[in-house]
Write a protein that binds this ligand. Structure first.
Ligand SMILES: [Zn+2]
Length: 368
């Protein structure tokens, strides 16, 4: 198999200082943290499905180390009192000191202060790309800021083809780095429109099943439309992170306003896209990047957050395929193993189509 993993965050591998994804309980996770030689322990990969309960600050207070633990989706992270003190974190809309929960931009700010840099990150990337190659991946679309793009530029070995996907906040610096480097191709520029279902920050049309909120809209359609226009004027395309049906609606309105000239602007995830929205996406020649792996991986979270009826609509790859909407697939590192999602997609779509979407249409390759 020759996979294209069209949505990766290789830098998350650098946060895996203890394998939180393998912990079967909060107690086991605490033992892992205690046995680490580090004073500040970072990890990524916990989820309530495997721990048996949501992780909170109260679980981590008796650990004599500063701790930041990113949930698998990287839209929420838990910190303990020592870390709060170390960084002087103060309560805000995106930080709940009681549960120790950091959300979205506030989380990424803290994570980027603490993340490994330089040679340590270069080593993590090289190892991650080797692992990718051994799983049959030939190409990854990896999200980067300028600093990470520079680390990529310095790598001696590239076991798989890497398409660099700049974060909007830093895209000019990434473009600068990629220009003149033959070994990389520039991908789409990433803009966050909402959060995740697990963190209850994906922006929905109807409230969550277990909270009153509808999630968080990070950019309005007007803001998105002006970003699309700016990027297109530089020959670049956008990749919009939009999970909830409310967020997908903002994206579609933005495209309908901006009327882009370039084909295959992307929406990432589109987990709750409706049939009507899918037809508009097709009309606009958009490319949807879906994660079939999410459905089996987050099933319990989805049902709790959305209810059984809405759960049936999640990650509708069969509906999108039937309507002929252009799709590619990517793992989003949950888990970082294309076979997990491939087997699930194969059961729904059949082998030939699963290969087509997971191969990034390699025979045609026309979206790049
Ligand atoms: Zn992602």
């Amino acid at each position: 198999m020759r996979f294209v993993d069209a949505h990766t965050h290789m830098e998350l591998l650098a946060f895996r200082q203890v394998p939180a994804d393998r912990a079967g309980s909060v107690e086991e996770l605490k033992r892992m943290i205690l046995s680490s030689p580090r004073d500040v322990v970072l990890s990524w990969g916990w989820r309530e499905e495997t721990l048996g309960e949501p992780l909170e600050r109260k679980h981590l207070e008796d650990i004599p180390k500063a701790v930041l633990l990113l949930r698998m989706d990287a839209h929420v992270g838990v910190v303990n009192g020592r870390l709060i003190e170390m960084l002087g974190l103060e309560e805000s809309e995106r930080f709940d000191p009681e549960r120790g929960y950091l959300y979205e931009e506030e989380l990424w700010k803290v994570a980027s202060t603490l993340k490994p840099r330089g040679r340590e990150m270069a080593h993590v990337l090289t190892k991650g790309l080797r692992d990718a190659s051994s799983m049959g991946i030939v190409e990854v679309h990896d999200f980067v800021d300028g600093e990470l793009a520079e680390i990529y530029a310095g790598l001696e070995e590239l076991p798989v083809r890497v398409i660099l996907m700049p974060y909007y906040e830093d895209y000019e610096r990434v473009v600068e780095v990629v220009r003149g480097l033959k070994k990389f191709q520039l991908g789409w520029v990433k803009v966050f429109v909402d959060g995740s279902i697990g963190a209850r920050t994906a922006y929905l049309k109807e409230p969550y099943e277990d909270t009153d909120g509808r999630g968080v809209l990070l950019k309005s359609h007007r803001e998105i439309a002006s970003i699309i226009e700016r990027l297109e004027s530089e020959g670049l395309r956008i990749s919009l992170h939009a999970i909830g049906d409310g967020a997908v609606e903002e994206c579609l309105k933005a495209f309908e306003t901006a009327r882009p000239k370039l084909p295959y602007h992307r929406i990432e995830h589109a987990e709750l896209i409706t049939r009507e929205q899918a037809l508009r996406a097709k009309e606009l020649q958009l490319l949807l990047c879906l994660q079939p792996n999410f459905t089996p991986f987050f099933k319990e979270t989805y049902i709790k957050a959305l209810g059984k009826k809405r759960f049936k609509r999640i990650n509708p790859i069969v509906m999108l395929d039937e309507l002929g909407v252009d799709m590619i697939f990517g793992s989003d590192m949950m888990p970082f193993d294309p076979w997990f999602g491939f087997d699930y997609a194969k059961a729904l779509l059949g082998e030939r189509k699963a290969k087509y979407y997971y191969g990034g249409w390699r025979d045609e390759g026309r979206y790049l």
